[in-house]
Design a protein around this ligand. Structure first.
Ligand SMILES: [Zn+2]
Length: 79
């Protein structure tokens, strides 16, 4: 005799997916809580807390990463 009982009916797709979605939501919430994702006050994009914004290069109200200089560097490598 098996330890676990045999299921009487096959589980429907909706009930399986509902269980999986609740697991997925829990995992997503846990990931957001541990990584501290905030919105950039300048461009309103998602960014990590206490770091410069990767899209606009601003941190604490001033430009930290010069985006134009980075473009020059890329063109130098190509030429
Ligand atoms: Zn930004």
């Amino acid at each position: 005799m098996s330890k676990r009982p045999t299921p009487k009916k096959q589980q429907s797709n909706s009930s399986s997916s509902r269980r999986y979605k609740s697991f997925q939501n829990k995992a997503r919430k846990r990931l957001i809580a541990t990584t501290n994702i905030t919105k950039c006050p300048k461009c309103k994009e998602d960014k990590l807390a206490h770091t410069a914004c990767p899209t606009c290069g601003f941190y604490k109200g001033r430009s930290v990463i010069d985006k134009d200089r980075e473009m020059d560097k890329i063109t130098k490598v190509k030429a």
